[in-house]
Design a protein around this ligand. Structure first.
Ligand code: URP
Ligand code: ZN
Ligand code: ZN
Ligand code: ZN
Length: 481
């Protein structure tokens, strides 16, 4: 099967140009001047399918490097399966995810890795890779790191919060980072001071401050800045590269920027929620509504200016990329577990379907260039996590992962409701009974999506199949100094 994408504007991290893209089977084989005639043959007449991209952008498929499909949590699971979550991702222009294998303290990392392979295998609409979460690091996890790298799991997330569940202490973190420095792994950190947070949470509940707003109040920016600084010091001491996940506080950004100015391999990720949403407007919504936006790190105060600083940091490359931290829980029976005690609200927001659109709106709003949009949503994620060349670029030899994006289209996000406020249908495809992005209007639209040379979204409609997605065996980071 050969496909020619004609008449579009091909946008990369470094520029834009009018070009046609030729795909043969699963791979891109040529990027050509418009209307090229190769060895006397008219390509457009010769290929199996021509897709007209006139007036549209042709970009490398989105890569969401932070998702939690079916993540086990307190006897429940994040509400998207690999099937529903990757289907929603595809519809939104994302053609690869990197999901987190979860290891709880009583489990073995490699067992969990194999379990995640079973969960995802045969179920994904798009390609998928894995990071590994290591809880309560010990000898077994350190040994597993070497083996996992040979399996293509080249990045490991540790936690400075959630005592008794995920938390590793500084000595454990030091040992894991030493291992990462030795074997080339990317160390990832959930940087929040859990001990401080646990006390603040107890005090808030005891004082009767039990609503979702206090989730934000009890996880202050100081807890994020302090932990970010500490993680950077451990990375500097050991020589391991460090990627700080879900950065939301401007003070944490500045810790990362300072470390980068020293030439250290320190990187930061932010998420759409920290760019658009806030403590006051969302977590502070009336009644229990704020539960929809309970995630960690929490949404920050707009009065303090975190959101604006986060947009700026994307322009200055103090923050390198945007993932979603897609971790959906329904209001019914899941978020509701925390009525009367915000600390029991499952943490997470679902956005995997909307990341490309939400970040494109940053281009429309003048906060990002078109090229930077491609860079932070596809090219850098590919380089950061050892997939570049195969993913993250439109060039001969790369996988045929391509999004045709229509800047003249429009996308309304949210759940339409009837006069009584009951949902009448779904304008999103994630398995959630609400949208954290209700009411967002995007001046652009995902038109066509190809995953390894197969059209999986046509004119906005999903036509892919579960099981098309393949495991991405990743290499070491291609983003290091
Ligand atoms: O609230 C969040 N972020 N849930 C997912 C788990 C994590 O810490 O990334
Ligand atoms: Zn985290
Ligand atoms: Zn700054
Ligand atoms: Zn996460």
């Amino acid at each position: 099967m050969t496909i020619l994408i004609k008449n579009g504007t091909v946008v990369s991290a470094t520029g834009r140009t009018a070009a046609d893209v030729l795909i043969d089977g699963e791979k891109i084989v040529a990027v050509l001047a418009p209307g090229s005639v190769l060895l006397g043959t008219d390509l457009a007449a010769d290929v199996d399918q021509v897709i007209d991209a006139t007036g549209k952008y042709v970009i490398p498929g989105g890569i969401d490097a932070h998702t939690h499909m079916e993540m086990p949590f307190g006897g429940s699971f994040a509400s998207d399966t690999f099937e529903t979550g990757t289907t929603a991702a595809a519809i939104g222009g994302t053609t690869s995810i990197v999901d987190f294998v979860v290891q709880y303290p009583d489990q073995r990392p490699l067992d969990q890795y194999h379990l995640w392979q079973e969960k995802a295998g045969g179920n994904c609409a798009i390609d998928y890779g894995f990071h590994q979460i290591l809880s309560d690091v010990g000898d077994e996890s350190l040994k597993a790191m070497d083996e996992l790298i040979t399996e293509g799991v080249t990045s490991f997330k540790l936690f400075m919060a959630y005592k008794g569940v995920f938390l590793s202490d500084d000595g454990q973190i030091l040992r894991a980072f030493q291992k990462g420095a030795e074997n080339g792994a990317m160390m990832m950190m959930h940087a929040e001071n859990g001990a401080m947070i646990d006390v603040l949470v107890q005090q808030a509940i005891a004082a009767g401050n039990t609503g979702p707003y206090y989730h934000g109040i009890t996880r202050p920016w100081q807890a994020e800045e302090e932990a970010t600084h500490r993680a950077i010091m451990i990375a500097d001491l050991t020589g391991a590269p460090l990627y700080v996940v879900h950065v939301s506080a401007k003070q944490a950004v500045d810790q990362i920027a300072t470390a980068r100015d020293k030439g250290l391999n320190i990187f930061g990720e932010t998420c759409p929620q920290y760019l658009y949403l806030s403590l006051e407007e969302q977590l502070g919504a009336p009644g229990f509504e704020g539960a929809k936006w309970v995630c960690s790190t929490p949404l920050r105060s707009r009065a303090e200016g975190h959101q604006d600083h986060m947009w700026q940091s994307l322009r200055t490359n103090d923050i390198q990329m945007v993932s979603t931290d897609h971790c959906p829980f329904c209001m019914k029976e899941q978020k509701e577990l925390g009525i009367g005690d915000f600390s029991k609200i499952p943490n997470g927001i679902g956005s995997v379907e909307h990341r490309m659109d939400l970040m494109y709106q940053g281009v429309v709003n003048g906060q990002l260039t078109l090229e930077r949009w491609v860079e932070i949503t596809s090219t850098t994620p590919a380089r950061m996590f050892g997939m570049y060349g195969k993913k993250g670029v439109i060039a001969p030899g790369a996988d045929g992962d391509v999004v045709i994006y229509d800047p003249n289209g429009h996308t309304s996000i949210g759940l339409p409701v009837d006069a009584d406020g009951n949902p009448t249908g779904r304008s999103h495809h994630m398995n959630m009974d609400y949208s954290a992005w209700e009411g967002f209007e995007i001046d652009g639209r995902v038109d066509t999506v190809l995953s390894r040379g197969k059209v999986v979204v046509d004119g906005g409609n999903y036509i892919g199949t579960k099981g098309h997605g393949q495991y991405i065996k990743r290499g070491l980071s291609q983003y290091l100094n």
